[in-house]
Design a protein around this ligand. Sequence first.
Ligand code: GCW
Length: 704
Amino acid sequence: MAIRGDGALVGTVAAEVAAATAAHGGSFSRLESGSGVADADLVLTIIEDDAGPQPAAAPAPGDHATTDDNAILRGGCVPITRDGVVGEPEAAGEPEADESFRLSRDDGSVVVEAACDRGLLYGFFHVVRLGEAAFSGPDLVERHAPATAMRMLDHWDNVAVHAVMGQVERGYAGGSIFYDDGAVRADLSRVEAYARLLASTGINRVAINNVNVHAREARLLTDDLPHVARIAAAFRPWGIRVHLSVSFAAPMTLGGLDTSDPLDPAVADWWRDAADRVWAQIPDFGGFVVKADSEGQPGPFAYGRDHADGANMLAEAVAPHGGLVHWRAFVYDHRQDWRDRSTDRARAAHDHFAPLDGRFAENVIVQVKYGPMDFQVREPASPVLAAMPRTRVALELQVTQEYTGQQKHAVYLGRQWSEILDFDFTGPDSDGDADSASRIPSPTSVAGIVAPSGGIVAVSNVGDDEFWTGHPFAQANLYAYGRLTWDPAADAVGLLDEWISLTFPGAPADVVDALHTILDESWETYERYTSPLGVGFMVRPGHHYGPDVDGYEYTPWGTYHFADRDGIGVDRTVATGTGYAGLYPEPWASVYESLETCPDELLLFFHHVPYTHVLRSGKTVIQHIYDTHFEGVERVEEFVAAWERVLGSLSGDAMSDDDAARLAGRVSERLAEQRRSAIEWRDQINTYFYRKSGIPDEQGRTIF
Ligand code: GCW
């Protein structure tokens, strides 16, 4: 193998290759730039030619596997040194535009070429992912580029253990990899390993602290900067920039001012100084993430200002450094009166943000949860994503399984994310559908809207757990998330295949089959045994695990199902309900408005119907509830059986007996809990609706 080129990340690739050849044999040479490219099975090289740097057409988003394109890639390459010093772009174009690489195979030898060191890193991981397959097959030339430059993970990690939320808010994988006992960890080796694994999936930005910024965490912005710089240094060799969540009240709580009014010049000065200090220590720092006027976090409302006022003031402070402000659209009234039927939480983000379209600065990204409520197993795509054409918007997903089984249940979310990314605002059968051959998302799909704009963000599911993610299979979610940010058109089950073959290399076919049996439709399975037909919640208040049908029904959180003896669901129609359905462009507004055309899986999100209402599937709502809840548990029983059948096949070439035993133990324990919990869900939901409706199950199964 041979590597040629300069740039900090070329060093990273060289170290990887050196370690690989030391472990597995083969030779490795590091070539001087300017030297000829050696004759080797694998050559990884930064493009060099006599013409010097040339601006070239940046590859199209999602450009992938084109065999007829020999164009040399040369976009805007912004070198970052080992210390994070950001150089001048070598060529015109957006900083970071060029993460692309070209892969060619000629008679079994592979050459990876990239204009920038980041591209070389991704090309290297691409070859690793392909394994032997990279070197076999017909000659080819492929160009690969990420669909979006913004591929981010947010951590909801607290520095100090929070009395209610713990070390990691909604974390189900042990403690934080960054913080322990009130301080940034001295040993960041776990963070280094994390950076490497994230880079291998395509992630290039990470926010390292909870969006709920408490007093201790606020100080990451000031006293702790040297420690944040250490974390940034751990991520840097892997092409990942670090961001911080900040408190809008910081000028008061940290700066001693008597206001945080975004239009007060002293406040703006304070933020400018704060930003200057951050970038002085971390020259490639990414920017700030802000949860403002949401669930008790401070924000501009206190001063009669709006979200654009707040975000733009911060944007101005970070702009001289090329920084970004991720401003979250998760804003709603969490102190609503359940008696007030006119307030609909689903409307809130749209009501707050859509009118502000066009007012946000260029370096503000409005970060929008995928659905209008809160990371439920099933929600319609948020209409906010389509409502702000003059604003940079990012899609926010949740890899941590807050409402989807908390990493106790095996729930592979890749399919949910694919469905959201593919959702086309111009309609189900529109001409704008993604062209699967070119893998370019339709510009009117969620992926097509966010890719050239604010990109994709998700809440991480990682902690200091020995399997990283609590449930070992939850690693598949982290993997698929990263890969989907790079290529939103990737097939979700195909990504599972990748994850399985990389995680269990050489695993026997029965193990691979068992993993597919468990994971392929695990999202739909979870949906079957939990809240039905898009109605959402029905979880235990506070920790959000396990069934509690009325747990949130009379609370201030705005998450109601309105079940009574006659029917269930939320009337969000324009005709008789909250009007939410009308926030979608046509044809969706009409599709959702009408009982005849509303998709079954979202029926109770949009409509209040009698239990005897007949779904498009031909079943009544009540019978659907019974059937899906019995089926859901039956499927989990199949998961358990599938796993038990392969327990003896786990250890082998790639896994020691010890590792196999630990894996088997953890997965078996989690599957047992999933089974117990699914039964609990089934029985509570079925019993609740049987008691409400008085309508028996057609099949006479046990309901209590
Ligand atoms: O889903 C809710 C969670 C909160 C979280 C909030 C948010 C960080 O229950 O724990 O707070 O969303 O997204 O801000």
